[in-house]
Design a protein. Sequence first.
Length: 209
Amino acid sequence: MSKITLTIDGKEIQTQNGTTILEAALRNGINIPHLCFHPELKPQGACRLCMVEIVNGELVASCREPVKSGMVINTRSESVDKAVRPVVELLVAYHHDSCRGCPGNNKCELQKIMAYFKIDRKRVRRLQPPSETRALDKSNPFFVYDVNRCVQCSICISTCEQVYGESLLYYLGRGHEMAVSFYGDEKKCEHCLKCVARCPVGALFVKTT
């Protein structure tokens, strides 16, 4: 496959034609915040955190936008900040109130994004405090689901679908009541635990008892 040249944040890079902006950036050490992207899954564009600005002022989801020769892209413009920061703040506001004891602590993608945007967690929490802490879902025989930490990135659902052709995980409810649920014959779950390994925020974790 041929290579093309483009510019991201003033840095000229070469990448394979047919890749996305996000893939090109990550492969060249340029960070673009993201939650729903995984290199082994089809791009979803669900989290809307990977927005970048093309030189003509257009904002695009970098995980779904293919590169073009001569492209000039900014990942940290004022327009990008205005589009993405409110989304991050809402995610943080509705996220679990403490990282202490979380299996994803110190490797959580949301923590990294908070640092990237220098989000003041205490200030953001005042915007929209989350509702009462919801109980852990222990219905699956192999892992536990903590809806309070879930960011609805769909990676677990897409991963299960990739493994089985039809996901044993699905969304139940709407809005802030939405949660991932286990569906179907438990025997069909081969406890590969790829859904757990790919969760970016520690909302899924292996049962210990």
